[in-house]
Design a protein around this ligand. Structure first.
Ligand code: TPP
Length: 329
C-alpha cells in the first residue's frame, strides 16, 4: 500500500468522506459558536483536511498523535468519535473528556489521540515522550506530532528533534504550514525553510503539497513504513492554507484584516476537498456516488450536533476526580 502512488478508488472515497465530515463539522461549529450553542471560541482547520486524513490513514489505534489548538480535524481523522467531540465542544458530560476540556483539549487515549493542546508547541514534547515509550516497548507503534509553522519557531522543536535523532525514536514530525501564525504572515516571523531545520539532526525531511491527498497519502505512507522499519524520526512540512480565521471571533477583535479576500478566494482554487472530489470523478466514480458521500457526511455531522445538544451539563463535582489522580486529595 505504502509504495503505491495513488490510493485506490475505495480508499480515496473513504478519505473524501472523512475530509467532508471534518469540513462540515468545522462549518457547523462556527455556526454553533455564533449562535451560542458552543461556549467560548474555536480554531477551525477547514482547508487543512488532506494532511490529517492522508497521514492518519497509515496509523492504527495504538499509534499516537498529538495535535494543536486547531485539533478537530486530527481528532476525527484518527478515528475520534464525532458525537463525543461535539458533546465535548458543547461542554456536555457525554463529551469525550466529560465536557471539561472543550475544543482545544479533545483527546481519546483508546484511539491514540493523546491530546489537542492550547499551548503552542506543547505536543512536540508529548509526542517525543510517546515515541520514547514506543521504542522501549519495541512493539512497532509510532507517534505523529502535528504542529503549525508558528510552533516550528519554538525551541522545543530543536530539543525534540535532537533527542529523537539521538535515540532513533519512531516519530514523524508534521509541520502544517498554513502561512500564518495567528495574524502574522509566516514571512514576518519565520526565517528560512522549516523542513531544512531537520537536516542538522540528520532527520530526513520533505516539503509537500498538503492540499493534495494523493501526495500526502503516498509520501507519508513511505515515510511511516521507514519509521516502523526502525529508520528513526522523519519530518514532513506540508504546505496548506486555513480558509477560516485564526479563531472564530477574530473579526471582533481585529481592527484591520491581516489577509485579503482576494487571497482567500485565490487559495480556494486549491481546496483539498474540491481536488479530491475531482480526482474521484476523474477515476470513474459517478456524480451520484460522490453526492451520496457528501450527504452521508452531512448526516453524520447533523446527528453529532443533535447528540451534543441533547447532552447534559457536567456535574460540578465531577471536576475534582478529573483534575487530581487518586490518592491526591
Ligand atoms: C506558548 C504559546 N505562545 C503563544 C500562544 C498564542 N498563540 C495561540 S495560536 C498561536 C499561533 C500558532 O501558529 P501556528 O503554530 O502556525 O498554528 P496555526 O494557528 O497556524 O494552526 C499563538 C502564537 C500560545 N497559545 N501558546
Amino acid at each position: 500500500m505504502a509504495s503505491n502512488q495513488f490510493p485506490d478508488i475505495n480508499e480515496l472515497a473513504s478519505f473524501y468522506l472523512r475530509m467532508q465530515v471534518i469540513r462540515k463539522a468545522e462549518e457547523q461549529l462556527l455556526l454553533d459558536v455564533r449562535q451560542g450553542r458552543a461556549p467560548g471560541q474555536v480554531h477551525l482547520s477547514d482547508g487543512q483536511e488532506a494532511i490529517a486524513v492522508g497521514i492518519c490513514a497509515h496509523l492504527g489505534d495504538s499509534d499516537q498523535i498529538t495535535s494543536t489548538h486547531r485539533g478537530h480535524g486530527h481528532f476525527l481523522a484518527k478515528g475520534g468519535d464525532v458525537k463525543a467531540m461535539f458533546a465535548e465542544i458543547y461542554g456536555k458530560a457525554e463529551g469525550i473528556c466529560g465536557g471539561m476540556g472543550g475544543s482545544m483539549h479533545v483527546a481519546d487515549f483508546s484511539k491514540g489521540i493523546v491530546g489537542a493542546n492550547g499551548i503552542v508547541g506543547a505536543g512536540l514534547g508529548i509526542a517525543t515522550g510517546a515515541a520514547f515509550a514506543n521504542s522501549l516497548d519495541g512493539d512497532g507503534r509510532i507517534a505523529v506530532c502535528f504542529f503549525g509553522d508558528g510552533a516550528a519557531n519554538q525551541g522545543s522543536l530543536m530539543e525534540c528533534m535532537n533527542i529523537a535523532a539521538l535515540w532513533n525514536l519512531p516519530i514523524l514530525f508534521v509541520c502544517e504550514n498554513n502561512g500564518y501564525s495567528e495574524f502574522s504572515p509566516s514571512a514576518t516571523v519565520t526565517s528560512g525553510v522549516i523542513a531544512d531545520r531537520a537536516a542538522p539532526f540528520g532527520i530526513p525531511a520533505q516539503r509537500i503539497d498538503g492540499n493534495d491527498i494523493d501526495t500526502v497519502w503516498s509520501v507519508s505512507g513511505q515515510v511511516i513504513a521507514d519509521i516502523r522499519g526502525g529508520g528513526g524520526p522523519a519530518f514532513i512540512e506540508a504546505e496548506t492554507y486555513r480558509f477560516s480565521g485564526h479563531f472564530s471571533a477574530e473579526e471582533m477583535v481585529l481592527a484591520t484584516p491581516y489577509r485579503s479576500e482576494d487571497e482567500i478566494v485565490a487559495r480556494r482554487q486549491s481546496d483539498p476537498l474540491v481536488r479530491t472530489r475531482s480526482a474521484l470523478l476523474e477515476r470513474g466514480m459517478s456524480e451520484d456516488k460522490v453526492a451520496a458521500i457528501e450527504a452521508d457526511a452531512e448526516r453524520e455531522v447533523a446527528d453529532a450536533s443533535a447528540f451534543g445538544e441533547a447532552g447534559t451539563p457536567p456535574d460540578a463535582g465531577s471536576a475534582h476526580p478529573l483534575m487530581f489522580a487518586k490518592g491526591d486529595r
